[in-house]
Design a protein around this ligand. Structure first.
Ligand SMILES: [Zn+2]
Ligand SMILES: [Zn+2]
Length: 184
């Protein structure tokens, strides 16, 4: 099952656990800032478990990954309804969310979009994605761990598996030998 970064890892601006001011507590997520409205790809095959508003984290698309059953939450999303990165969560009383097409229960493949980069929520200072990994739902309160470390470990394993096994000269001789035997 493939895993990937939701956006180009070169756009990572703030890592998990960072405590630099103005932070008053360690960073609970991983930040990517590739520019406003960039499409965010799912980190792996997953099901959308919730799309909700948080005053601090803004619009959140929460997904549960098929493999490992982890919760990957994409925060501060762009609002499709109001066509703005700065939606304040109001005027959604009709049950609409920041999404125009994605809804709870939908399944997504790795890389399939789960929102656009926005600046929604009072804890955001400029458009970026705040990605949160947790074993339980709700990025606001769940115990969290480092998404970058997890994704990079997964990618490293995938790359290792992809490498074709090398054929030694001795083996090649044996294979050819078998071939000629068959031909005779
Ligand atoms: Zn809105
Ligand atoms: Zn963040």
């Amino acid at each position: 099952m493939p895993w990937q970064h939701p956006l180009d890892p070169s756009s990572i601006t703030d890592r998990f656990g960072d405590t630099e001011p103005p932070r008053t507590s360690p960073h609970r997520g991983l930040d990517y800032a590739p520019g406003s409205r960039k499409l965010i790809g799912s980190v792996s095959e997953a099901t959308v478990t919730n799309i909700f508003w948080s005053d601090c984290l803004g619009w959140i698309c929460e997904t549960r990954t098929e493999e490992h059953g982890l919760y990957a939450s994409y925060c501060h999303l762009f609002c499709n309804k109001h066509n703005t990165v700065n939606c304040d969560g109001s005027d959604h009383e009709d049950g609409s969310t920041c999404m125009s097409q994605l809804k709870i229960g939908d399944r997504v493949d790795a890389g399939q979009w789960v929102g656009r980069v926005g600046n929604s929520g009072s804890c955001s200072r400029g458009s970026h994605l705040h990605l949160v990994f947790s074993k339980k739902p709700d990025a606001r309160f769940a115990k969290v761990f480092d998404p970058e470390k997890f994704i990079d470990q997964k990618i490293a394993k995938q790359n290792k598996a992809k490498k074709t096994p090398k054929i030694r000269v001795g083996d090649l001789g044996k294979r050819l030998g078998r071939f000629w035997t068959l031909k005779k």
